[in-house]
Design a protein around this ligand. Sequence first.
Ligand SMILES: Cc1cc2nc3c(=O)[nH]c(=O)nc-3n(C[C@H](O)[C@H](O)[C@H](O)COP(=O)(O)OP(=O)(O)OC[C@H]3O[C@@H](n4cnc5c(N)ncnc54)[C@H](O)[C@@H]3O)c2cc1C
Length: 471
Amino acid sequence: MNQPSPETLERLKAAAGANGFSTDPLVLAPHLREWRDRYQGSTPLLLMPNSVEAVSQIMAICNASHTQVVPQGGNTGLAGGQIPTGEVLLSLKRMDRVRGVDALNNTMTLEAGVTLARAQAVAAEAGRLFPLSLASEGSAMIGGVISTNAGGTQVLRYGNARALVLGLEAVLPDGRIWEGLRSLRKDNTGYDLKQLFIGAEGTLGVITAAVLALYPRPRQLETAFVALKDPAAAIELLTRLQGETGGAVTAYELMPALGLDFVTRHIPGTRAPLAQRHAWSVLIEVSSFAQDLSARAALERTLSSASDEGMVLDAAIAESEAQRAGIWRLREAMSEAQKFEGGSLKHDISVPVRAIPAFLAEASAAVEAAIPGVRVVAFGHAGDGNVHFNLSQPVGLAREAFLAEGPRIGRIVHDIAHALGGSISAEHGLGQMKAGEILRYKSAVAMDMMRAVKRALDPHGIMNPGKVLAP
Ligand SMILES: Cc1cc2nc3c(=O)[nH]c(=O)nc-3n(C[C@H](O)[C@H](O)[C@H](O)COP(=O)(O)OP(=O)(O)OC[C@H]3O[C@@H](n4cnc5c(N)ncnc54)[C@H](O)[C@@H]3O)c2cc1C
């Protein structure tokens, strides 16, 4: 790595402005540690510019001096993409202005450092919905969610971050500003350049602002906790519900009994909604845009007929906001609750929705054969074909010994997902965690195209080196 000279560091500080940089270890610390403690980084300088012009100047200096840069938003990424390994760290957190809301056009223009929770609130103030929703939304920022093409719980109906971005402003690695803040739903004027930056994990430039699509707010939400015969019943039930509700299913989250055991055991205030323990359950949410109770009726009708056929074993529909929040808490705490059960190995895979039962059966059998006693906690956005295939260590095994199995187990799980036509990263990205692993699964042609795009935009390789594309 090209270490920036003292003169370069001074020029970068000047470009960031008086309150726009720090070398104080106490200020740097929270920016250098990843949420799950998997990565601990280092940097000679934290930059926190508060305007696109300042970002532009910073990148021009970095480009001329070949100084490498890691962009960072809310530091909630789960693939280590935002953690520097000696590069200059560029935080967008001070670029947090709302540039405008256009309720008639159903769009809002936000800077990269606006948190996702605030973006949702800005939309709500205008009587609109910004549907992207993640458990990390209090900290995750617009620049970060776009750069990771984040998914979350509402993808089934509204798509992932990519589907919600109409325009972008980005600073190229050479410091030029690309003003692509269009608020159009149709614009076929050549290559759709914004798509390059969405999901690029900061390897092609710095996103500084975005035009985001808004939706009407649903008038009613019906939330159900449903016990199922098996994962195949979950997929069949989803198809029927989509048909019965006219595609109004907004969330469909699969949860295993063991995951619910962990949550109710370790997370205060949680309790199982049903009297009996069932191997598989789903959280279902149906949105209604009408004032009537048609969505509720469709939900009840579908659950009732599926119950008659033995697919649904039991169900509870939330009757109050408190009950709804209680059901969601079970789902949202599933990853957190695993921490109390020792070491865990996590995999964020996707397969075609119909292949979820096959994936769960094959992957569970394979990891149980590889590590006897391993505890499978497979849950997630089943409606999107996305399974968080998490494993808790066998009771009594040393934590470090279990975690050391990560690469071997990851390979087993990823090979099975790939063989079923799936992906080794459904929504978290590649970052530094899977930049090497992806070489096994993407074709040589695909990797060549990715490297060609990288070379064209970032010929000196200064943007987030080693992330997405392994050296
Ligand atoms: C509890 C929890 C739950 C989560 N749930 C989900 C979920 O359901 N779905 C999901 O998809 N993810 C989820 N995540 C992962 C994470 O929240 C998302 O990846 C999120 O989009 C990251 O946003 P961030 O602002 O924290 O970005 P960061 O972590 O700061 O950065 C992520 C990547 O984007 C790059 N980047 C950040 N800002 C910019 C910018 N302005 N310009 C260019 N590059 C930039 C970074 O270099 C890095 O590569 C979860 C994380 C946690 C901790």
